[in-house]
Design a protein around this ligand. Structure first.
Ligand SMILES: [Zn+2]
Length: 113
């Protein structure tokens, strides 16, 4: 089974060829960035075959309590807010249980009232 697709040479979001290696994540993944739309993405990306295999054996750890998840996502959102203080739209890719977006919506509702 091949783990990765061939490296991308264009940005999937805007089609630009103006991409470059931005950094390497802690787990060794190469993170690229598009100079035109600023999107960051792993490159190369996992193959569909690898992801299908990975998620077919994926088991969620149910012992992790909901309040821990909420606290962790709240902390992550605080980091985003510290880097981007202006309120706007938030897009989360791979939103999992949706806690991050739920917390963000609650914070926006608090600001509006
Ligand atoms: Zn782009």
């Amino acid at each position: 089974m091949k783990k990765f697709d061939p490296p991308k040479i264009i940005c999937d979001i805007c089609g630009s060829k103006n991409i470059y290696k931005f950094h390497e994540s802690a787990n060794g993944a190469q993170i690229f960035k598009c100079r035109d739309c600023k999107t960051q993405f792993m490159n190369p990306q996992y193959s569909e075959e690898y992801l299908n295999h990975y998620y077919s054996t994926y088991i969620r750890d149910e012992s992790f309590k909901e309040e821990n998840l909420i606290e962790a996502q709240s902390f992550c959102l605080s980091i985003v807010e510290s880097q981007i203080p202006d309120k706007g739209n938030l897009l989360e890719l791979g939103s999992g249980n949706g806690y991050l977006l739920s917390i963000a919506r609650q914070r926006m509702d608090t600001i509006r009232t």
